[in-house]
Write a new protein. Structure first.
Length: 135
């Protein structure tokens, strides 16, 4: 019987909360997904794990920027997340580098995204200033 994606995410999150080797847990999850032909669900499962953890007070955010994020920016990100999740016991900011981001930062939470990049602001500006009916 196939385990639901949500149930699988719950099991992974609970195991990760225990003292366990992350390498061993990763290998176990990968082996299960391969054996069950579910590798395409990995991103969704990890978002579900993030949501489970958020529901239990540990809010994770992935901050994507072109350059390493300074401590000040990291604190600002934590403040933004804390405003959205005042019940959070812990906020974890992970960093990803993406040289295609001109400036600003993109934030990804379990089921939310906030694009504060220069490109997103320029696209929004274009939408707001576009002439209706084209010209």
């Amino acid at each position: 019987m196939k385990i639901s994606r949500t149930r699988l995410a719950t099991i992974i999150a609970q195991k990760a909360a225990q003292p366990v080797s992350t390498k061993a847990l990763s290998q176990e999850v990968a082996a299960y997904l391969l054996a069950e032909g579910r590798t395409g669900e990995l991103d969704s499962i990890m978002r579900d794990v993030m949501q489970y953890r958020a529901n239990h007070g540990i809010v994770e955010v992935i901050a994507t920027d072109a350059h390493p994020i300074s401590d000040t920016i990291r604190r600002n990100i934590s403040d933004v997340v804390r405003a959205q999740f005042p019940q959070a016991k812990q906020i974890i900011v992970s960093e990803e580098l993406d040289p295609t981001i001109i400036g600003g930062v993109q934030l990804e939470l379990a089921n939310q995204q906030l694009d504060l990049s220069v490109r997103a602001k320029l696209n929004r500006f274009k939408q707001l200033t576009a002439i209706p009916g084209g010209a």
